[in-house]
Design a protein around this ligand. Structure first.
Ligand code: AMP
Length: 330
C-alpha cells in the first residue's frame, strides 16, 4: 500500500506558492525541532525553486536550533500583502512573529487537531507524524526542489517529532516518506543525530535531577515542578524540560507524566505533558493549552491552577487504569 496523498490539494498549494511573489512562513511560539525544521525546509525549497521570490521564515530565533539555519526578520511594512503559510500550529494566538503583518491568503499545513485557523487551502491531518513529514510530502509530490539542506532539515523534523519512529504518531506512511526522502536526496543521515541528541554534560545532570525528583504515584502519574533556581543551577532554560520529556516514554511505572517549569520571565508555568494511554489534550486545553492526544502543553498562571491540572491528569490515569483492569477481568 502506498501513501494516500491528496494530490489536488498539494497541487493547489503549489500553484498558490508559484503565483505569490512574497511569502511569509510562520510556526508556533516556543518552537521545537519540527516547527523550526519544517519552516526552514519549506522556505529553502521555495527559494531554490523560485529564486526571484521573496520568502521569509519568521518567528523568534532560538540559539539552540542554529544548526537548522537562520530565521528572517523582514520589515513587514515593505511587503505588499504576502501569502502567509502557517506550519505546525492550529491557533492564531500561538503563531509566532506575525504581529503587524498584513497578509493576503493563509495556507495551513498542520498535524494538530483543527482549531481557529482555517486556511484558504487547508491541509490538516492528525495522522501525520510531523509538520516536516507533510512538507516533505508536498515537496516530493510537486515541482518544489529538494536540496541537501532541505532534506536534512526534513529528516531532523520527522525523527524528532516521532522520537526516532517510536511514538504513536509513526505510521507506515512516515517510513514511506522517509524512505523516499533518503532515496531522492541521498543525504548522509547518521551524523544528523548529533544535532538532535548531543548535549552538554550539565544537561545530563539536569536529566538526573528530573529522574531523581519525579513524583510517581500508584495511578502511574508522574510530575515534577521545576523551579527557576534549579534551571539556573544546571545552566538550562525554561524550554529545556520540554525537549527532554520524550526521554521518559519507556518507563513501566508511567502512564502520564508532566514537567511543570517556572517561567519567571513570562510569569507563567510552562507545562509539557506526555501520555501512553489517556487522552491529555482536552485536559491541557482547560489550562491555556492544547496539542496532540498524547503530547500536549499548557500555560497555567498560578500554582492553584497547576494543582488543578495535576489532579485532572491524575484522575485521567486512575480512570484509564480502572478501565484497563475491568477489561482484563472480562
Ligand atoms: P511541548 O510539550 O511544548 O513539546 O508541546 C507538545 C505539543 O503541545 C506541541 O504540539 C505543542 O504545539 C502543543 N502545545 C504546547 N503548549 C501549548 C499551549 N500552551 N497551547 C496549545 N498547544 C500547546
Amino acid at each position: 500500500m502506498g501513501i494516500i496523498i491528496n494530490k489536488k490539494l498539494l497541487n493547489n498549494i503549489y500553484k498558490e506558492i508559484k503565483k505569490s511573489d512574497e511569502i511569509v512562513i510562520a510556526r508556533h511560539i516556543g518552537p521545537d525541532p519540527d516547527a523550526i525544521a519544517s519552516t526552514l525546509a519549506l522556505r529553502d525549497s521555495i527559494r531554490s525553486t523560485f529564486p526571484d521570490k521573496k520568502v521569509y521564515a519568521v518567528g523568534t530565533s532560538v540559539s539552540r536550533f542554529k544548526a537548522y539555519g537562520n530565521l528572517d526578520h523582514p520589515n513587514f511594512s515593505e511587503l505588499a500583502k504576502p501569502l502567509l503559510i502557517v506550519l505546525d500550529v492550529p491557533n492564531m494566538h500561538r503563531v509566532d512573529g506575525i504581529d503587524g503583518l498584513k497578509y493576503d491568503k493563509i495556507i495551513k499545513i498542520d498535524h494538530h487537531p483543527e482549531e481557529d485557523i482555517i486556511g484558504f487551502y487547508d491541509w490538516t491531518d492528525t495522522t501525520k507524524s510531523s509538520a516536516s513529514q507533510m512538507v516533505c510530502e508536498l515537496i516530493l509530490n510537486t515541482k518544489l526542489e529538494l536540496t541537501k539542506k532541505v532534506a536534512e532539515n526534513l529528516f531532523l523534523g520527522i525523527v524528532s517529532d516521532s522520537e526516532r519512529f517510536s511514538l504513536k504518531n509513526t505510521t507506515y506512511e512516515t517510513f514511506d516518506t522517509v524512505k523516499e526522502l533518503l532515496r531522492v536526496s541521498n543525504i548522509d543521515f547518521v551524523p544528523l543525530y548529533d544535532i538532535l541528541y548531543n548535549r552538554p554534560f550539565s544537561e545530563h545532570k539536569f536529566i538526573a535531577y528530573i529522574t531523581n525528583n519525579l513524583n510517581i504515584n500508584e495511578n502511574k502519574f508522574g510530575y515534577i515542578i521545576i523551579k527557576d533556581e534549579v534551571l539556573k543551577e544546571y545552566n538550562v532554560d525554561s524550554a529545556t524540560p520540554s525537549n527532554l520529556i520524550n526521554n521518559y516514554h519507556f518507563i513501566d511505572e508511567l502512564l502520564v507524566w508532566t514537567f511543570i517549569t517556572e517561567d519567571v520571565k513570562n510569569n507563567v508555568y510552562k507545562v509539557s505533558i506526555r501520555s501512553r494511554g489517556p487522552i491529555i489534550n482536552e485536559i491541557a486545553s482547560k489550562y491555556n493549552g492544547g496539542g496532540h492526544k498524547f503530547a500536549s502543553g499548557a500555560k497555567p498562571k498560578t500554582l492553584e491552577e497547576v494543582n488543578h491540572l495535576l489532579e485532572d491528569l491524575n484522575m485521567a490515569c486512575k480512570e484509564y487504569e480502572d478501565n484497563e483492569n475491568k477489561q482484563k477481568e472480562k
